[in-house]
Ligand binder design. Structure first.
Ligand SMILES: [Zn+2]
Ligand SMILES: [Zn+2]
Length: 291
């Protein structure tokens, strides 16, 4: 009898502890740390959480006649450190295709922002190195990754960012096999985790093989190429493997501009279509954050 009573007391105490931890967390996080994702064009996204800001695939010059370029006004704000692009902590580049990355504007940005580091594929790093002198100090702030699909993801921690890097083949099969495409999962300030999939292939086998690593940290928002959305195999990856709270489709063709709702209804999921659009980004309950 006493044992049962003790067990009930202990169970209650455990629940009170959980409630206290969750309650104090809410107070600490407050509203000022609410996160947001803002669309620049194609796969360009700015993610902010309070003072912590990261940019994905934001410096590119080619539309290939199909994709949205970064607006002149956003480009001007980016280069000149004007809100909302002031105080960027790091920039990420998924791969070296002209609708995601162009060396000249990337170098120009890095020169103007001496505290910003770039994380990208080795092909991005090579392309930057080829566009400047070998002793250019900018090159010291480039962090290249040489991962192959199937490799164990790499983990990098800098100040308030925890970064996991995965290699997933570029969409297009054998034709694109030589292109190194990276998926970045970034936790801002230990609170909000976002994932950017670049131009990933819908490869159910490879995504499933990395399950242990997807599960290592909870993802609040995944920025996924729009070909995953409304596609049965793509949706399986988003739901069963990545398990993100929220998915936002990117790389949506330019013809969607001004007709976002039509495209969202047709594909049955959320999409970024018009530059300047933004969404709230969730926070809290980042499992395995101490990895
Ligand atoms: Zn590409
Ligand atoms: Zn692309």
């Amino acid at each position: 009898m006493f044992e049962i009573w003790l067990e009930i007391v202990l169970t209650r105490m455990a629940w009170i502890m959980v409630a206290l931890v969750l309650g104090s967390g809410e107070r600490v996080w407050g509203h000022e740390t609410a996160g947001a994702a803002r669309y620049l064009g194609n796969e360009g996204v700015l993610v902010t959480l309070g003072d912590v800001k990261v940019l994905f695939d934001a410096f590119y010059a080619d539309s290939y006649g199909s994709y949205v370029l970064v607006s002149e006004s956003d480009r001007e704000k980016l280069m000149n450190d004007k809100p909302p692009f002031d105080g960027i902590d790091a920039i990420f580049v998924s791969h070296a295709h002209g609708d995601h990355f162009t060396a000249a504007p990337t170098l120009a940005y890095l020169r103007l922002h001496p505290d910003v580091r770039l994380f990208g594929s080795w092909q991005v790093a090579d392309s930057l190195a080829a566009a400047t002198n070998s002793d250019d100090p900018v090159l010291k702030r480039i962090v290249p990754f040489e991962l192959q699909p199937g490799d164990t993801p790499e983990v990098v921690q800098i100040e308030n960012l925890l970064i996991d890097v995965f290699a997933i083949p570029h969409v297009g099969g054998a034709r694109m096999a030589a292109v190194s495409n990276l998926v970045f999962r970034v936790t801002l300030d230990g609170l909000s985790t976002v994932m950017h999939l670049g131009d990933s292939e819908i490869d159910n086998v490879l995504f499933a093989a990395l399950q242990l690593h997807w599960d290592a940290r909870h993802t609040h928002v995944a920025f996924s190429p729009y070909w995953f959305i409304g596609n049965e195999a793509g949706e399986r990856i988003l739901t069963d493997n990545l398990k993100a709270d929220q998915v936002i489709g990117i790389h949506v063709p330019a013809e969607s501009v001004g007709n976002g709702d039509g495209w969202r209804n047709r594909l049955g999921g959320d999409l970024f279509t018009d530059p300047g659009e933004s969404r709230a980004v969730g926070h809290g309950h980042v499992r395995g954050g101490a990895r």
